[in-house]
Design a binder for this molecule. Sequence first.
Ligand code: MD3
Ligand code: FE
Length: 202
Amino acid sequence: TTVDLNGVTIWPGWLAPDEQARLVQDIRAVAAAAPFFTPETPRGQKMSVRMTAAGDYGWISDRRGYRYASTHPSGQTWPPIPASVLRVWDALSGTDRRPQCCLVNWYSETARMGLHQDRDEADLTQPVLSISLGDDALFRVGGTERGGPTRSIWLRSGDVALLSGPARLAYHGIDRVRPGSSTLLRNGGRINLTLRVVDQRP
Ligand code: MD3
Ligand code: FE
């Protein structure tokens, strides 16, 4: 069963608890190879979300701007996307392309992500798939123009969302995290994985 929020398709509780635990274990291994870092906006503000990535590309932001990059800020290539994560893409993405980036966003209890569009990918006809793990988060989505009406929904651990079609360019963000709402992560907080195709089809 799915929920539609402004064209965003959500599968509530799509991942069983044992599968969620496997994903967390695999993301811990990703973070051991590619440690979480705190991105800085081009204007020099630290983001409240900590990030890392797996796959051919990660998304980085620093004083020079934001972009996809084939190496971690340390200079090392990103670890491969875990098979447990690829299985979710294969089940729900509806595309024949492989994800080139698994962005890992780590929210503390006070972290947020302001309303933004995702448009750094070369082929915007390819979907983005999002996996929520850990504490609940209040997700907000609007239309394709800034300042339009928005709707909100709580994303819970194990929920998967697919952003495709017109919703691919919708403004969206995370307003807040509900502390203590999940026991999946030892230290609380929330992890969101987003799977993306970055390059144009070769
Ligand atoms: C709607 N992440 O990484 S995931 C991001 O929970 C990002 O960490 C949020 O926004 C998070 O860029 C939201 C849900 C999501 C992801 C991509 C989208 C919703 C989207 C792209 C287009 C429209
Ligand atoms: Fe986004």
